[in-house]
Write a protein that binds this ligand. Structure first.
Ligand code: MEV
Length: 440
């Protein structure tokens, strides 16, 4: 059977579904009914989702949860999180509550600059190119006036454009490396529009420049695109308390806990295998807030991991120390987030998430998101260095297993009780469920 198709995007939604179901599925009606189950009965809302992307055939739901009790710079937040991993919201809430009683999170936006580049080829003399660039630079910026007018009125815009010689890496390769301030917008459209205008002006002006030879006049633009590496769009978050306030059980003293915790962070600073998992834990919190607030989690992920490897080795984003009697845990993380534009004004749940956060500015959202990341990291390391991670994880996982086997409310309640004192493993849960069912 032919499994390819021409003109798929032109088909109606039901024609698309018919083709997919007929071509790839044995149970056509069953497949259609699953797809339909996830449609929204509110036609307008469904249409909105249909139009977010091309070829929408249904909606893919993720749980939207909240982590209450975040205290950030003295202000209380309930943080929205969209994520499927069972323990993440629970862990964030637990860490938020822990630090609520110990002064909360302190955050500070260090910088908010974003980067974009025009990559181009120029065969000729660098000095001549540089002289041309210095001459054309004001025009590069003024030609963008139509794009930058509104952003400038609000205090943002193009901060600088530089010529970068990359010919040691690739013959004839140069860049216009530009920095931007995009305020509350993530700014991708703004930056890319400016870059494409830079490229146009650069090419046109080079063709007219008397100082260039005929070959030099022919600048070859390769591409113009923002960078998701944003080491100068940085937020710092920290928590701190006396070591003796750290322990919640008799089993371990605050100082022993602090020292073990610091060791665990130090390991992630020097050992890339551990650092990746350590940072993954941070991103559990970060991505969940990024997604709930309609931001681009792929961009955030790419930028954060590049930052974690900025000195040539992939390292922990967070750091911890004990100085005298004080424990401090902190991180700097690059987060280019927006609270206007994109999905923020479109997706009803994103609007709700932003309202829940009190309509934050992009800077405030950077701080909240960083706090969620550090909270997540704290919760993971606290479990890992004390009870181990599986105890908490499997408790949350229990419900997933029970749902997988379509346990009734009564079965769930009995088994949750049963597993309060027993180790949760997949096989133990299945066995217990089977036993319960055979008794019934
Ligand atoms: C699981 O999603 C995240 C952790 O592995 C993070 C970590 O190991 O620090 C628990």
């Amino acid at each position: 059977m032919n499994k390819t198709i021409a003109g798929f995007s032109k088909l109606s939604k039901s024609q698309k579904i018919d083709w997919i179901v007929k071509t790839y599925f044995s149970n056509a009606e069953g497949t259609k009914s699953i797809l339909k189950q996830y449609w929204n009965t509110n036609e307008k809302l469904q249409q909105l989702h249909d139009e977010f992307i091309e070829n929408t055939i249904t909606n893919y739901y993720l749980p939207f949860g909240v982590a209450p009790n975040f205290l950030i710079n003295g202000k209380h937040y309930t943080v929205p999180m969209a994520i499927e991993e069972s323990s993440v919201v629970a862990a964030a809430s637990k860490a938020a509550k822990f630090w609520l009683d110990r002064g909360g999170f302190k955050t500070e936006v260090i910088s908010t600059n974003k980067i974009g580049q025009v990559h181009f080829m120029f065969s000729g003399d660098y000095k001549t190119l540089n002289t041309f660039f210095e001459r054309v630079k004001p025009k590069l910026i003024t030609d963008c006036n139509g794009i930058t007018k509104n952003m400038e009125r609000r205090g943002g815009g193009i901060l600088n454009v530089e010529l970068v010689n990359k010919t040691e890496a690739i013959p004839n390769y140069y860049q216009l490396h530009a920095t931007f301030e995009t305020l509350d917008a993530m700014g991708a459209n703004f930056i890319n529009s400016c870059l494409e205008q830079f490229a146009k002006t650069l090419k046109e002006q080079a063709a007219l420049y008397d100082g260039f030879s005929e070959t030099e006049k022919n600048i070859d633009i390769v591409m113009s695109i923002l960078s998701n590496y944003v080491p100068d769009c940085l937020v710092r978050v920290s928590v701190s308390c006396p070591v003796n306030e750290l322990s919640e059980t008799e089993a371990i003293s605050g100082r022993d806990f602090a020292e073990k915790f610091v060791q665990a962070v130090n390991i992630a600073e020097v050992e890339p295998y551990r650092a990746v998992t350590h940072n993954k834990g941070i991103m559990n919190g970060v991505d969940a807030v990024v997604l709930a607030t309609g931001n681009d989690f792929r961009a955030i992920e790419a930028g954060v991991h590049a930052f974690a490897a900025r000195d040539g080795q992939y390292r922990s984003l967070s750091h911890a120390k004990v100085e005298g009697d004080t424990f401090t845990f902190w991180m700097d993380i690059p987060l280019a987030l927006g609270t206007v534009g994109g999905l923020t004004g479109l997706h009803p749940l994103v609007k709700l998430a932003l309202e829940l956060l009190g309509h934050p500015s992009a800077k405030e959202l950077m701080q909240i998101t960083a706090a969620a990341g550090l909270a997540q990291n704290f919760a993971a390391l606290k479990s890992l260095t004390t009870t181990g991670i599986q105890q908490g994880h499997m408790k949350m996982h229990l419900l997933n297993i029970l749902n997988q086997f379509e346990a009734t409310a009564e079965e769930k309640s009995k088994l949750i009780k049963n597993f309060k004192d027993n180790t949760v493993t997949h096989s133990a849960v299945v066995e217990a469920l089977n036993k319960l069912r055979s008794k019934a």
